[in-house]
Design a protein around this ligand. Structure first.
Ligand SMILES: Cc1ncc(COP(=O)(O)O)c(C=O)c1O
Length: 382
């Protein structure tokens, strides 16, 4: 054969030379089938649905979620929107918590409404009876987030899931705050547990990915069909990074939670701080639910500054040196944002007595973070 042909066919790997701790990153759109019959007999025939790294990640996440199946998506937002598309039909109505992650609200308003799905936003303070009283015969699904990722309202998720199931209404929760570890939605009766793996699971602020998990095989089949029908796919390199992050999730999360509480308790004693909003603090309105249902906390919480003008809030943020100014969380680094522009976009008007700052407490020393916050609070007070 000519060299050009030999170079195309040389170096083919039929089987792996050895077993390693982590799965191989199998990069492949094309899958080579062993014989002509296998082309059409249901053998895995194409790489879009995942290969070694994606399957390993799906298995590990199913273990984490206590699920019978898990689907992967290219981002956390895609995991929420794709799950909705997988189970909703034209003419349906859904109830969405008003504290929902803002881009999900945009999807509901811009996309679902175009497909004749009606959307109502509900107050996160409603209990299960109050919430189900808003359901109509057309209500197909309730979308929860508990705690909310800016103002950390806790919901009685088990009670809502039970009441919804009794009415034949599906529940879907964005469980990113708990990272699949601190709260187990499926064990508490929720139908679909979604998380942005981008945050704590990946843990290094450099990968986008999302997952949707369900216990019911029929629901899993719907989620899987959605992936297949839309042609969604995640790369093996990203799946590998997510699986790598998952291995150290519990250790990192414990440290984030502990450091976050250290910083939160310190903030609560500062004169420039009106209130700390953290469900793991005993005086938080959501504390009893958090204590009952959660096994720990992550490093994301908010606090209210004493009332002051926007310029001083910006001066506070600009004075921070260890906290980056950024919208994400779950990585090893500390971050801060002001929340009020996002809170103003809610449907149900919520008044807070001072400007709201959200912190993500990273893996730095909490003592250093406190020094940084102290200096910035002095700027706020000046
Ligand atoms: C609560 C919550 N859910 C979902 C997402 C979306 O994740 P991704 O950035 O992977 O789309 C975010 C991102 O900030 C979030 O805060």
């Amino acid at each position: 054969m000519d060299e050009e042909t030999r170079l195309i066919h040389a170096g083919h790997v039929d089987s792996l030379p050895a077993s390693t701790v982590s799965p191989p990153i199998q990069r492949g759109s094309t899958v080579l089938l062993p014989n002509a019959r296998a082309l059409y007999d249901g053998t895995l025939g194409y790489g879009r649905g995942g290969l070694a790294a994606q399957f390993a990640l799906m298995d590990a996440l199913a273990e984490l979620e206590g699920a019978s199946g898990v689907q992967l998506f290219s981002s956390g937002l895609a995991a929420v929107t794709a799950s909705l598309m997988a189970v909703l039909e034209a003419g349906d109505h859904i109830l969405v918590v008003d504290s929902v992650y803002k881009p999900v609200r945009r999807f509901c308003d811009q996309v679902l409404r175009r497909f004749d799905v009606a959307v109502s936003y509900y107050d996160p303070a409603l209990d299960a009876d109050g919430l189900l009283a808003l359901a109509t015969p057309k209500t197909r699904l309730i979308l929860l987030e508990s705690p909310g990722s800016l103002s950390f309202e806790m919901q009685d998720v088990p009670a809502i899931a039970t009441a919804a199931r009794a009415r034949g209404v599906l529940t879907l929760i964005d469980n990113t705050w708990a990272a699949g570890l601190l709260f187990k939605p499926l064990a508490h009766g929720v139908d679909i547990s979604v998380q942005a793996l981008t945050k704590y699971v990946c843990g290094h602020s450099d990968v986008f990915m999302g997952s949707a998990a369900a216990s019911d095989p029929g629901l899993n089949a719907k989620l899987a069909a959605g992936v297949l029908d839309h042609g969604w796919a995640v790369s093996p390199d990203d799946a590998y990074q997510a699986l790598r992050g998952l291995r150290t999730l519990s250790t990192r999360l414990a440290r984030h939670g502990e450091s976050g509480l250290t910083v939160a308790r310190w903030l609560a004693d500062q004169p420039q701080v009106l209130r700390v909003i953290h469900p793991a603090l005993p005086d938080d309105p959501g504390h009893a639910l958090w204590r009952r249902d959660f096994t720990g906390t992550c490093g994301l919480f908010s606090f209210l500054l004493q009332p002051g003008p926007d310029e001083r809030v910006e001066a506070f943020l600009d004075a921070l040196t260890l906290f980056g100014l950024g919208f994400s969380w779950g990585g090893f680094e500390s971050l801060a944002i002001n929340c009020d522009p996002q809170i103003r976009s809610r449907t149900i008007a919520t008044r807070y007595d001072g400007p709201m700052i959200r912190l993500h407490v990273g893996l730095e020393s909490p003592a250093d973070l406190i020094v940084d916050l102290k200096a910035a609070l002095a700027v706020y007070a000046a």
